[in-house]
Design a binder for this molecule. Structure first.
Ligand code: ADP
Length: 443
């Protein structure tokens, strides 16, 4: 995946979370606004219904208390509301017949038409281009007490300018708040998409680095083998003994290749979590002596001594194949990086509910600032030396993975007076929880 692809992935993540946020805010805004508008008109509609009942049941064509109050407080100036509530009485031809009671209000109201089909309906209308009213049209039954109203139409009107202006203010505040929240959601989306991309980029970076390193490691022995074979082809009449050195080099490089592919496979398995583990109760002292024994002879052949200190018998649950592999890596390294005549000591003991395995050598030691890195893949402190000893920088990362699988820790500290100690601490019974990270044990 190129940088461009990373960026487009980032954009996709950003847009999806931003659109998600925006939709939530819009939906929330609409719901709140609709509920607010309804609540605003509910009390007005209630007033209109009460007014209708009063009109139909009341004395002949009486004015309501509010009509009276408004008549006593005539409209001063043109801009104030001319009235809050009023009733228009239409005859069956649609003509307003209570003009006298309406007084000065009639001028504003005279253009209102009667729509017979709207009987019983609550409606919002605008009068004179600027006054908002909620109306309820009702038809007075022929049997009405007040004979003068029988068969007429009443349009009961309630001014809703204050509610309308409250709604306008509310809408403005809502839009402003939504704008602010959209800006916030842009920031949150940027933050979220960065947060989501970080592990992807990290693992992608590691993967690319791993493949690059692996290719590099594979290329060197392959090139050497190819060169040696080409050299042999130029001398078809030579005997094997004449080319023994070249053949030996090709052979050792192919062994190197084999170890490398084996290690790469182990790491690939560790990444994909496809390994089947086989944990079993194990008598640790016996298991360690069986594992260490073959190395004693190899060490002796290199002029080194391998010592397994006496271990008080105890049992632990472990995967024998994997711990065997761990021991191989640690003992192999201890021998690789220590001089002739030195001693490698292996010891194990119980500490609380854990047990500790220590592989100590009297070799070149590891500087404190390197200790953090030696468990990284392909990391070698001195790559030219490591190549001579056949190292590929994968051993300790496999060791770390094995220890992780056992829910343990692995670290390195100084050995006195010289060399390093690799300290592995494993639970006597590994829990089923997630693995922990390795740490450097301070010496
Ligand atoms: P390698 O195959 O190169 O040994 P490892 O992952 O096993 O790779 O080790 C990483 C590096 O750690 C080695 O290259 C070496 O520099 C250092 N190292 C490991 N074990 C020891 C040790 N016992 N003494 C000194 N250095 C060590």
């Amino acid at each position: 995946m190129s940088n461009k692809a990373n960026r487009s992935q980032w954009w996709r993540l950003f847009l999806s979370s931003f659109v998600g946020f925006a939709l939530i805010f819009i939906l929330l805004g609409i719901i709140v606004f609709v509920l607010f508008s309804r609540a605003m008109l509910t009390s007005t509609d209630q007033t209109l219904r009460v007014e209708r009942s009063a009109r139909l049941a009341g004395p002949p064509h009486r004015m309501t208390q509010r009509d009276t109050q408004q008549k006593q407080q005539p409209n001063k100036g043109g801009s104030a509301h001319p009235f809050m509530t009023t009733t228009l009485v239409f005859n069956s031809k649609g003509k307003i017949i209570n003009q006298a009671q309406l007084g000065s209000r009639y001028d504003s109201l005279k253009d209102i038409q009667l729509h017979r089909s709207e009987v019983g309906q609550l409606k919002s209308i605008v009068v004179g281009g600027k006054y908002n009213f909620r109306t309820l049209l009702t038809k007075v039954p022929q049997s009405n007490n007040d004979r003068s109203l029988a068969g007429r139409y009443l349009l009961i009107m309630e001014n809703i300018d204050p509610q309308k202006s409250a709604m306008r203010n509310f809408r403005r505040i809502m839009l402003m708040t939504m704008g602010i929240f959209w800006l916030l959601s842009i920031l949150i989306s940027v933050w979220l998409s960065r947060l989501t991309m970080r592990p992807i980029l990290k693992s992608w970076g590691r993967q690319t680095e791993f493949v690059g390193n692996a290719a590099h490691e594979l290329r060197t022995p392959l090139t050497i083998i190819q060169n040696k074979l080409e050299l042999l082809l130029t001398k078809p009449n030579d005997k094997i003994i004449d080319q023994a050195e070249n053949i030996a080099i090709a052979n050792s490089e192919s062994q190197r290749l084999q170890k490398l592919t084996h290690d790469l496979l182990a790491l690939a398995r560790s990444d994909s979590n496809t390994l089947q583990t086989n944990f079993e109760r194990t008598e640790v002292a016996d298991f360690l002596s069986r594992t260490v024994e073959p190395y004693t002879e190899i060490a002796a052949s290199q002029g080194k001594q391998l010592v397994l200190t006496p271990i008080t018998p105890f049992k632990a649950t472990l995967d024998q194949n994997l711990i065997h592999q761990l021991m191989n890596i640690l003992i192999d390294n201890a021998m690789k990086y220590s001089p002739q005549g030195s001693t490698i000591t292996i010891s194990a003991k119980i500490i609380g509910r854990k047990w500790q395995l220590v592989v100590a050598d009297q070799g070149i030691g590891i500087a404190p600032d390197q200790r953090r890195h030696i468990f990284d893949r392909f990391y070698r402190i001195d790559s030219s030396r490591s190549r001579q000893t056949g190292g590929n920088g994968l051993g300790l990362s496999i060791a770390h993975w094995i220890v992780d699988l056992h829910h343990g820790t692995i670290g390195v500290r100084d050995n006195q007076p010289q060399g390093s100690q690799f300290v592995t601490t494993l639970p006597l019974t590994p829990p089923t929880s997630l693995p922990t990270r390795h740490k450097t044990v301070k010496g």
